[in-house]
Design a protein around this ligand. Structure first.
Ligand code: NAD
Length: 354
């Protein structure tokens, strides 16, 4: 099992150190290679996704990423920004399926801004298409045009999806739903957009191959409302790149604890990039305050989705549940009466639970 480890910037190295310790404790015979991505790579090479990183990421079976970015790189030209490294590696590895669980552990129910009776025990998975849609569609641009005899700035983007792009993300979602509670909700805007009319048609066609999964459809505006009204009605949600971007952040915030949420981005062969949903948190970097659980849980997703090691993934997830039940908390999820731990001490607690 070849794993390329990219700690990145800000809190990235701190949280990654704990995830690596957890992986090592499982004694899985994996080969880890570390490389630079993001701001640290810009500083060392001038390129946010250097060739050496590209080589290691391509050779690996999976990539485990911390986070990238920080204010010190904000002034750089677009092509050299740390976030460009993130887009480049996703594109380079052909990662088209983004899986984001939103789980609210019962012990953290108070962290949500919603009433705990609405969200406690929430466990949903959002599957977002990652390489198509309006974010990548051509033509695009900002230019000056003649509008009703006046010269004005004019901006445009193009939304498009091919049938095969839609079908492959739907298959990932149907399979994920099949491994969970067998309910898949496909989110679109078919009343307005042809692109998503095709999305709905393909979803209905694909459903025939997955008789054990119950498919439903929802318009995106309603889905945004239902996520805050009654989020536990969902099991797996599948949607396009732009709607998925927005809904997955909304779902993440339902849990109130961004430091707890892992994610996976997969290619067509199960190779994946695994990373926490949060960013590099420059405001707390280097102070031992960061919550490493999202990165540790990302490592668990890697064992499940790329290496098919369900038992090892569950061991990590159960260890995390156990430390939460024991009252271990980093500062971001701390409540009165609980034990406040540093990043390292939280890693120690997970190792002890393992
Ligand atoms: P952020 O997620 O880094 O931080 C938002 C807030 O959440 C901050 O208060 C931070 O301290 C807190 N937080 C985040 N992760 C935490 C953790 N593990 N433990 C405890 N608290 C945590 O988002 P931001 O502040 O908008 O962005 C900071 C930088 O990260 C920017 O440069 C941005 O571009 C970058 N970013 C990177 C990624 C990524 O690498 N995938 C994603 C989002 C943002």
């Amino acid at each position: 099992m070849k794993i390329c480890v990219l700690p990145g910037d800000g809190i990235g190295p701190e949280i990654m150190a704990e995830a690596v310790r957890v992986l090592q404790a499982l004694e899985l015979r994996c080969e880890l290679s570390e490389a630079l991505l993001g701001g640290c790579a810009v500083d060392a090479t001038g390129d946010p996704y250097p060739q050496e990183t590209q080589r290691l990421a391509q050779q690996a079976d999976a990539v485990l990423l911390g986070a990238v970015g920080g204010p010190q790189w904000d002034g750089l030209p677009r092509g050299q920004r740390p976030e460009r490294g993130l887009l480049a590696i996703r594109q380079d590895l052909g990662l088209f399926a983004n899986l984001r669980p939103a789980i609210l552990y019962p012990e953290l129910a108070n962290a949500s801004t919603l009433k705990s009776e609405v969200v406690a025990g929430l466990d949903i998975l959002i599957v977002r298409e990652l390489t198509g849609d309006i974010y990548f569609g051509q033509p695009r641009g900002i230019e000056t045009r003649d509008i009703d005899g006046r010269q004005e700035r004019f901006a445009f983007n193009t939304m498009h999806y091919s049938e095969s792009e839609i079908r492959r993300i739907l298959r990932v979602a149907f399979e994920a739903a099949g491994r969970r509670n067998g309910k898949l909700c496909s989110v679109d805007k078919m009343n307005v957009l042809e692109t998503t009319q095709l999305w709905r048609d393909v979803a209905n066609e694909t459903a025939a191959d997955y008789p054990d999964v119950e498919l439903s459809h929802m318009l995106v505006d309603n889905a945004a409302m239902q996520l805050v009204r009654n989020p536990r009605q969902f099991d797996v949600i599948v949607t396009g790149n732009m709607f998925g971007d927005i809904l997955s952040d909304e779902a993440a915030m339902l849990t109130g604890s961004i430091g707890m949420l892992p994610s996976a981005s997969l290619d067509a062969n199960g190779k994946g990039l695994y990373e926490p949903c949060h960013g590099s948190a420059p405001d707390i970097a280097g102070r031992g305050l960061a919550n490493p659980l999202a990165t540790i849980l990302s490592a668990a997703m890697m064992l499940r989705y790329t290496f098919a090691l369900e038992d090892a993934a569950l061991r990590i997830e159960n260890a995390v549940k156990k430390v939460l039940a024991q009252g271990c908390r980093t500062a971001d999820i701390h409540e009165p009466g609980m034990q406040e731990l540093t990043t390292r001490a939280m890693g120690d607690a997970v190792l002890a639970a393992l």
